[in-house]
Design a protein around this ligand. Structure first.
Ligand SMILES: [Ca+2]
Ligand SMILES: [Ca+2]
Ligand SMILES: [Ca+2]
Length: 734
């Protein structure tokens, strides 16, 4: 994938360096079908039914809600510190998330006993294993993966026989473009009918390719050399990804048509089973609350490698993870969550990932989502999109609902590169501020993902541990966790657009569809009509139908152009609209009836569209607001609605595009308030109108004493562009 997922789990790789030698784990032994080591004997299931105290605590605990996320706990876990030290490290946090299995980084199972101990010491805390859902390190032994369950790129066949001798290191390929130097390839015998025989598989590494010949390293990853016949052998590269210079990760085949193992299980069932087992009494994650699924994804088109595309039904033809015109991979991830939910019941927390264009859609079965390095992996210009996706999950996920945001960047307060990071504490405030508009859980890691790990902050008072405790968690000098108390209602959207003129003349589509046109790219199909059934407002809405996708949806583009209108370079414009969609997923299976459709938009000016932002659309009308900064002066700019990766129908209504910022929010708490400005320009909040009769002050900071200076905050306060301000009520917190 692109930077989005390359960045996704770079921490794991960074910590691995500190971890030293790789550890080969034994599989679980005869009593464990799950194939993971059992928990230490002293780890009983005392925490197994903690959901009651957990629920009471979640209800009672105030905000903000700090999350201890990976960094410190994994570093200490692989170092082997005394358990009491780890329990003390976790003490101030409401939620603890770390890798406690070896699926991505081989040595992280050392962290598991600490996670079990943290949960036992404080059953009210939420303790989750951070599980990489996209794939597994082939060096790990578990979860066990049957060879037919790996996701492969479209492959080729052997053109000549291959022996099993020491010198047999050349594959003669029917299609040389199917493999590349550096690939891990799965070589599978084909039976008389041409179907893969997964009992005869060998893993090889391609060292070089010349003409139709590939030189390979044989018998890798515990497989043994075998003889393979010409034309009766498939050679296919693993769909793989590497995070931050770590080991290759081989991807799982979540497609609903993936091959079935000898127990008639697809990857969907075969992976859910051990994950349910690991949480059971006596097993490695005994008593933990559940999983956070890293890189849970719906879209796969970005996982292709140029012309080499996924072949998820293993029929030898490329499909980009789509079967019969739908993302079979994406729906397979939803089905996986439904199967796991069925195995673990309602008390286990399953947290999905909704970061960027590949966001998962398993809202009906997961309790919530993570947005990684909010907004959407460092995309500050996509605040509108990432923030509203967070709120969408809060409204639609399975109860009990719980979503969180995390930030993974070095900042002025937490860096070893003070010059480069000067003036960046707003990143912490804005992402925490956005979290406080929802469930309030927030994780901060000082991690540089721009290739400068030497900038990462370390805590010298804790033997250079990589933890960063932000002052906003405990109110600075006040040192009181949860100082804001409970929220007083939901966040308020503060309208700063006023009476700025609507640049879209016919956004209600009452009489016709004038101003909107469908643009089809390279043979894609799509139509646009005015629809009077179930309008969003007035008597009609704009309906866009994408009846079918091209065989390979990576190339399928259906765009709706709305405009033209005049914009000025560098100015911010906010689009407000209503949207609903019919995906047809519910016809495939009732499991998918609630899976939303992703609809992306951009503001194109001077031929440039710097930020594509998306929303989640369902059968019911949703109101959304997306803010864009125009990239150029343009008298004939357009808004583009970007469709074509999913078939179905989309309805749009009430389009209003106005000059001005759209991402200003305020939320009142028992003992204070948070003012969030995700916009590209400063925003002034009228506190006397929002929260009349209350006197506020800023936090008394110890890390950013200029911003959090303890000063009284009057009736009107301006929050800089892309920043947030937490104020406390001077009556309850003088
Ligand atoms: Ca993630
Ligand atoms: Ca295929
Ligand atoms: Ca209308």
């Amino acid at each position: 994938m692109n930077r989005l997922t390359i960045a996704a789990t770079a921490i794991g790789a960074a910590v691995l360096v500190a971890g030293g030698a790789a550890l080969a784990l034994q599989s679980g032994g005869d009593d464990s079908s799950a194939g993971a080591p059992a928990a230490p004997a002293q780890a009983s299931s005392a925490a197994a039914d903690s959901s009651g105290s957990r629920a009471r605590y979640i209800e009672a605990a105030g905000y903000p809600r700090p999350v201890l996320f990976r960094n410190g706990i994994e570093t200490w876990g692989i170092r082997g510190v005394p358990t009491e030290e780890m329990v003390a490290l976790a003490k101030p946090y409401d939620m603890v998330i770390a890798k406690a299995l070896d699926e991505e980084v081989v040595d992280r199972a050392k962290v598991a006993p600490y996670m079990v101990a943290i949960k036992r010491a404080a059953p009210e805390k939420i303790v989750l294993d951070h599980f990489l859902l996209i794939g597994r390190n082939p060096k790990s032994q578990y979860p066990p993966v049957w060879p037919g369950h790996w996701l492969l790129l479209n492959g080729t066949t052997l053109a000549s026989d291959l022996g099993d001798g020491a010198g047999d290191t050349t594959l003669v390929l029917t299609d040389r473009a199917a493999v590349a130097a550096g690939d891990d390839v799965q070589v599978t015998a084909l039976d008389a009918a041409g179907k893969p025989d997964y009992s005869r598989v060998e893993q090889m590494r391609v060292l070089s390719v010349a003409g139709d010949r590939a030189t390979v390293q044989r018998g890798n990853y515990g497989t043994t050399r075998q003889r393979f016949e010409a034309r009766r052998t498939r050679v296919a590269a693993h769909a793989a990804v590497t995070y931050g210079g770590g080991d290759p990760i081989w991807k799982y085949n979540f497609c609903r048509e993936s091959p079935r193992d000898p127990s008639n299980r697809r990857l969907i069932e075969a992976l859910a089973q051990p994950l349910a087992e690991y949480l059971k009494p006596g097993a490695i994650l005994d008593g933990l609350d559940g999983y956070q699924f890293d890189v849970a994804a719906f879209s796969t088109t970005g996982q292709n490698q140029g012309q080499r595309r996924l072949d998820c039904d293993n029929d030898g033809a490329p499909d980009s993870g789509y079967v019969k015109g739908v993302s079979s991979y994406g729906l397979g991830v939803v089905e996986f969550q439904s199967v796991l939910r069925g195995l673990v019941g309602e008390k286990v927390l399953l947290i999905s990932e909704a970061t960027g264009w590949w966001s998962a859609r398993d809202v009906a079965f997961a309790n919530g989502m993570e947005n990684e390095s909010f907004p959407d992996l460092h995309h500050w210009e996509q605040f509108s999109s990432a923030y509203q996706r967070y709120q969408f999950w809060r409204e639609t996920a399975r109860a009990p609902r719980l979503s969180y945001l995390q930030l993974k960047e070095t900042t002025e307060a937490f860096t070893r590169c003070p010059v480069e990071d000067k003036g960046t504490n707003w990143k912490i405030r804005l992402s925490l501020g956005a979290a406080l508009l929802g469930d309030g859980y927030f994780a901060y890691m000082s991690t540089n993902e721009e290739g400068r790990p030497e900038c990462n902050y370390v805590d010298r008072t804790r033997n250079n541990l990589n933890v960063s405790e932000i002052e906003e968690f405990s109110g600075g000098a006040d040192k009181r966790y949860h100082y804001l108390g409970s929220p007083r209602g939901e966040a308020q959207h503060v309208d700063l657009l006023g009476s700025a003129p609507n640049l879209i003349g016919n956004g209600g589509f009452e009489g016709d569809t004038a101003g909107a046109a469908v643009v089809l790219v390279r043979g894609a199909a799509g139509t646009l009509t005015r629809d009077t059934s179930n309008p969003g407002e007035g008597t009609a809405s704009l309906r866009v139908d994408v009846p079918s996708l091209l065989a390979d949806p990576q190339d399928n583009h259906v765009q709706v152009r709305v405009g033209p209108f005049r914009v000025e370079k560098g100015k911010e414009y906010t689009l407000r609209f209503r949207i609903r969609a019919d995906t047809g997923y519910g016809v495939i299976s009732p499991l998918f009836a609630e899976a939303p459709m992703r609809v992306a938009m951009n503001l194109t000016a001077g031929g440039q569209a710097p930020a594509e932002q998306d929303v989640m659309a369902t059968k019911a009308w949703h109101d959304y607001s997306l803010s864009f900064v125009a990239a150029a002066d343009d008298a004939a700019a357009n808004l583009f609605v970007l469709l074509g990766k999913e078939a179905g129908s989309v309805w749009l209504d009430g389009l209003r595009l106005q000059a001005g910022p759209g991402d200003a929010f305020a939320r009142r708490f028992e003992h204070g308030a948070v003012l969030v400005n995700g916009s590209a320009s400063p925003a002034t909040f009228d506190l006397s109108a929002l929260f009349p009769g209350t006197a506020f002050r800023r936090l008394r900071g110890t890390q950013d004493v200029g911003f959090n200076n303890g000063a009284a905050v009057g009736g009107r306060v301006t929050v800089p562009a892309r920043d947030a301000l937490i104020v406390v009520d001077t009556k309850s917190l003088p």
